[in-house]
Write a protein that binds this ligand. Structure first.
Ligand SMILES: Cc1ncc(COP(=O)(O)O)c(C=O)c1O
Length: 410
């Protein structure tokens, strides 16, 4: 098992050639080393181990993997075998979950945004559990998914997360009461409440606050004779291996987050007059650290910037449009396996396209890269297993989507 790489001061990235971080299993490392062409590699046993740890830390919680984070058939099938259900965001995702072997009852439509046609198609596919956050959607559900179960998503502020997911989704506690009463009055089953505290959420307080918000609505609903059977604590659990946009390891307080979730579930169970189940919709946490890219160096160059300063740029064969969509908000650790011990130079890291957004943020986001890096050198881009396949363009500038290779038993 590789050990934690020593970070370059101020960059947080492992020194090229030294041990790479703990979460990068020997299997993933071997697959990256064996790859001679660019590809996105997933380590299935690594994903299974992460899943096993999650259900051990949060006993009794039903995991519904947020498919958007990694809609790769082999990954979905492997999660079904471990007992996972799915959070789907469209009829196509539902169809893919069914094809991976999930039972319709283990899939919910977790997207609050859906057209009449989307609802009818999901219902036809057998899904009976729908997220909602407004009465207009409830009316549509009553018409196109008669008798379905609905859970209402409460808004959160997204504080503490890299991507807040606030504003667009979720309603206020007062609106939630109206939504759930409307559901009951239109023949639907008001069955639960949900939150999403924001993706790559770093603060246990975010879940603490969310639980308080849920508790208030749960009690108010009881007062209206609406008794819920579940609470969905959403996604947001962090990846462990990413760096912030300045290159500092994020180091999420996972144990504290799990402790807050356990306390929160206990508290909500005590408040509920009826038995309460819990669901979680992790996406990133299960797959990010167990997917990595084998890319290559396009060119290391030096140019004088507008400030007159000489600046190095490291152009890689993959960037924002080949799956590294999140490079504006974080850095992925880079490993240069053939340049161990090389002198390092600070550089802006960028992808291969003609789009100037295809780069790590410039200010303070320089990465220490080997001065000897040459065109064609392999580069391993770590902790990019979440959202990489779904955020890949069809071939912007002619750079084709990367082939996906899945290691481990299928
Ligand atoms: C409804 C819902 N659930 C779960 C997730 C997964 O979030 P994460 O990858 O942060 O766990 C998302 C992500 O956007 C989402 O929209």
């Amino acid at each position: 098992m590789p050990g934690q790489g020593t970070p370059v001061p101020g960059s947080g990235i492992p020194v090229p050639g030294e041990d790479i971080p703990l979460y990068v299993t020997a299997r993933l490392r071997a697959a990256l080393a064996a790859a001679t062409e660019d590809q996105l590699v997933f380590d299935l046993p690594g994903i299974e181990e992460r899943y096993a740890t999650l259900v051990r830390e949060l006993p009794g919680v039903a995991v519904r993997f947020a498919m958007k984070a990694c809609p790769v058939d082999e990954v979905l099938a492997c999660l079904v075998r471990r007992g996972s259900g799915f959070d789907a965001a469209s009829p196509n995702e539902i169809a893919q979950a069914l094809a991976a072997g999930a039972a319709p009852g283990d899939i919910h439509y977790g997207n609050t945004v859906k057209s009449d046609r989307n609802i009818a198609e999901a219902y036809r596919l057998g899904v009976r559990d729908f997220a909602t956050d407004c009465v207009e959607d409830v009316w549509a559900l009553a018409a196109h998914a008669p008798g379905a179960r609905v859970f209402c998503r409460l808004a959160t502020d997204g504080d503490g997360a890299l991507w807040g997911l606030s504003h667009k989704f979720g309603c206020s506690p007062a609106d939630a009461l109206r939504v759930m009463e409307t559901a009951r009055d239109t023949g639907l089953v008001p069955s639960g409440l949900s939150v999403h505290v924001g993706s790559q959420q770093m603060s246990p307080d975010a879940w603490r606050n969310a639980v308080e918000r849920i508790a208030g609505v749960l009690v108010a609903l009881r007062g209206r004779d609406i008794h819920l059977d579940h609470v969905n604590l959403g996604g947001g659990l962090p990846a462990l291996g990413c760096l912030d946009r300045h290159g500092t390891p994020l180091d999420p307080p996972l144990d504290k987050i799990f402790a807050v979730l356990r306390d929160g579930m206990r508290h909500l169970r005590e408040l509920s007059g009826t038995p309460l189940d819990f669901r979680l919709e992790p996406g990133r946490h299960l797959v990010a650290d167990h997917g990595a890219m084998r890319a290559h160096v396009s060119r290391l160059s030096a140019r004088r910037a507008a400030t007159g300063e000489r600046q190095h740029w490291l152009y890689l064969s993959c960037g924002k449009f080949n799956g590294l969509y999140e490079m504006d908000a974080l850095q992925y650790p880079l490993v240069f396996p053939t340049r161990g011990g090389s002198e390092l130079v600070p550089a802006v890291v960028a992808g291969p396209t003609c789009d100037s957004d295809d780069a790590y943020s410039h200010e303070g986001g320089l990465v220490h890269v080997p001065r000897s890096a040459a065109s064609g050198d392999p580069v391993w881009i770590l902790s990019c297993g979440a959202y990489a396949t779904s955020y890949t363009t069809r071939g912007f500038n002619g750079f084709s989507p990367l082939p996906v290779s899945v290691g481990g038993p299928r």
